[in-house]
Design a protein around this ligand. Structure first.
Ligand code: AMP
Ligand code: GLY
Length: 431
């Protein structure tokens, strides 16, 4: 039924290595190109050095290399409109794109848009209001209607730093002023969303959707804080576990009914086309799901534990998504647990050094080792980011998967290697 094709994957993190690893296993693949990729993606296909925010460079590469499908890993090019740009080109007619157009990417690109969307479609989320520089005094007085802690969010993309949680009212006022008056986040902070604090437990749910139908992917839990016991500053993610032990059948059904289905229906109602992933960042409060945020891509490091649990051919699923045939698609998953331990640079998420030489023992390849911030330098692989490597392993129980992943950690070394030793401890009571 399907033709083999060349695929271009955009991005360079652990998420992209996991996607590349899976795409490379597909019988539908001719050649996989990754732009710009990392030292790990290079083992799954060909890394190409193009700037992914230069849409005309991406366009030329697609034309010159007969690319049949583009898979967009990170959110920025989607929010900037890469999908819209490429489909406006007559010579790219027929190109399949995984990742929404700008209108759909607004779910992540603007928190105010996402909140209004949820409100309009009765999707459970924290109560909120949006303010601008003109209404800064109202923003200050709105705080009086809330109980601390106060959740202050810059409207636009702020590289994961746009959510600030303040215990005290004066901190919240300063934060609002920093964003709206002092333009701390530039244009991304031209609006501020202030919302009710939700007290619960977080989890990540993913779908692949063609805007009408969707397939639910395995869910995951990630670990955002740098320190053990969930302390210290937020990071991009220090590890992940899939499935989530407390996400039983009843909760997953409730999430589909109250969150996923109304979101897909909402997109349809609002005439927003959508082809790609939706990542629902959820807070579960007394068994009820609330949406903290939408992302229009897969999570990182969730992808590193979710993708290894997908048994089906991912390119076949992408093809069904891009051609509107998801209703006929049945995703097969692996019932085992997958756990991912992220190895990061010393100092991360603050300042850290790059260029640390990696030693990876042969044994490490018995697990699933995903590169995040790495690159090749002469004959070596060196660190090239805060999150460096993701060590993933399977197990019949969560504890077995974690134990196996931690067993592989000593097989990979670089100066300053840092990781959390307590992943899954918070979930043991649900196992
Ligand atoms: P984000 O950058 O949107 O992923 O948000 C960062 C983190 O802030 C989330 O993972 C939550 O832990 C926290 N957060 C965001 N919104 C709320 C809220 N309304 N109540 C409690 N925590 C929140
Ligand atoms: N792990 C959270 C994210 O990808 O945003």
């Amino acid at each position: 039924m399907n033709n083999i094709m060349n695929v271009l994957l955009l991005g360079s993190g652990g998420r992209e290595h996991a996607l590349a690893w899976k795409i490379a296993q597909s019988p539908l693949l001719k050649t996989l190109y990754i732009a710009p990729g990392n030292a790990g993606t290079d083992q799954c296909g060909k890394n190409v050095n193009i700037n992914i925010s230069d849409f005309s460079a991406v366009e030329s590469f697609i034309i010159n290399n007969d690319i049949g499908m583009l898979v967009v890993g990170p959110e920025a090019p989607l929010v900037e409109g890469i999908h819209d740009y490429l489909i406006s080109k007559p010579e790219l007619k027929g190109l399949k794109i995984i990742g929404p157009q700008k209108a759909g990417a607004m779910l992540e690109g603007s928190k105010d848009f996402a909140k209004a969307f949820m409100h309009r479609h009765h999707i459970p989320t924290a109560a909120y209001r949006t303010f601008t520089y003109e209404t800064i005094n109202e923003a200050h007085s709105f705080l009086d209607t809330l109980n601390p802690p106060y959740v202050i969010k810059a409207d636009g993309l702020a590289a994961g730093k746009g959510v600030i949680i303040c215990d005290k009212k004066n901190e919240a006022i300063n934060t609002i002023d920093e964003i709206l008056k002092n333009e701390k986040f530039g244009e991304a902070g031209s609006k501020v969303v202030i919302e009710e604090f939700l007290d619960g437990i977080e989890m990540s749910v993913f779908v692949l959707t063609d805007g009408k139908k969707y397939i639910l992917l395995p869910e995951a839990k990630d670990y955002k804080r740098i320190g053990e016991g969930d302390t210290g500053p937020n990071t991009g993610g220090m590890g992940s576990i899939s499935p989530v032990p407390f996400a039983d059948k009843d909760l997953m059904l409730r999430i589909e009914k109250e969150v996923v289905i109304p979101t897909i229906k909402g997109l349809k109602k609002d005439n927003i086309p959508y082809t790609g992933f939706i990542f629902f960042g959820l807070m579960i409060c007394n068994d009820a799901p609330f949406v903290i945020e939408y992302n229009v891509r897969m999570g990182d490091p969730e992808t590193e534990s979710v993708i290894p649990r997908i048994e089906s051919d991912l390119l076949e699923a992408f093809e069904a998504c891009a051609t509107g045939k998801l209703s006929e698609y049945n995703l097969q998953t692996d019932a085992r647990f997958a756990a991912t331990v992220m190895l990061v640079s010393e100092g991360y998420p603050g300042s850290y050094e790059k260029g640390k030489k990696m030693t990876i023992s042969e044994k490490a390849f018995k697990g699933v080792l995903f590169h995040a911030g790495t690159k090749k330098s002469d004959d070596f692989v060196v660190s090239n980011g805060g999150r460096v490597l993701a060590v993933t392993a399977y197990g019949n129980t969560m504890d077995e998967a974690l134990k196996e992943a931690y067993n592989h950690v000593p097989e990979v070394n670089f100066e300053g290697k840092t990781f959390r030793n307590d992943l899954g401890k918070d979930l043991q009571k649900y196992c």
